[in-house]
Design a protein around this ligand. Sequence first.
Ligand SMILES: CC(C)(COP(=O)(O)OP(=O)(O)OC[C@H]1O[C@@H](n2cnc3c(N)ncnc32)[C@H](O)[C@@H]1OP(=O)(O)O)[C@@H](O)C(=O)NCCC(=O)NCCS
Length: 180
Amino acid sequence: MEPAESLNHQKAKRSTVKVREMTIDDLADVFHMGEKLFLADKAPNTYRAWDEYEVTDLFYSDTEFCLVAEYEDRIVGFALGTTISKSRSAWKYGYLLWLGVLPDFQRKGIAEKLFQRFKHLMLQENVRILVVDTEADNLKALSFFRHQGFGNPQEHIFLSTNLDPERQRMNIKKRINGSG
Ligand SMILES: CC(C)(COP(=O)(O)OP(=O)(O)OC[C@H]1O[C@@H](n2cnc3c(N)ncnc32)[C@H](O)[C@@H]1OP(=O)(O)O)[C@@H](O)C(=O)NCCC(=O)NCCS
């Protein structure tokens, strides 16, 4: 029986999947899994790109908030997050930046298990508000986060500009000529 198939039969026995803190040895697995999940499906966070630096930076700055889900010695999911404190606010925020589960292992409660552990860590840190974000058309993620009790979606539109002086000059010219 294939691992995913066997896990399917064990959906009720979620104890077969272990959630633990990520270690340095998991970096490559997590990075490559994210490459499949986030690049194939477009990056869910338009202003954060999934690359080696994103994973290693988060791992080194927030190791205790980087989790992996392991099934039979294989990494099948991860949750990477951080906390944010604002100087003029007594509230502390938790931010789940990246959450992913291998396609063959999705819909088996693994993200939920990762999320529950992440939420527990946030509560221990006295986090008051937990934030997640995803692209508006990522229905899987939206459904998942709603299922976890998230609501009050705020719509943001990200605009960008290229700061290269030559590009800036071309943009101004276009506007003057009425073609931009
Ligand atoms: C979103 C994602 C992490 C969910 O992982 P998962 O392990 O499949 O989620 P779970 O099995 O724990 O789902 C729990 C609940 O969330 C909802 N849900 C999850 N995936 C869903 C889907 N594809 N369609 C509808 N509802 C879904 C369901 O209510 C589900 O409960 P149910 O299976 O009993 O109906 C996974 O689809 C994924 O890795 N997607 C690609 C990466 C991504 O978009 N990450 C999120 C933004 S960073």
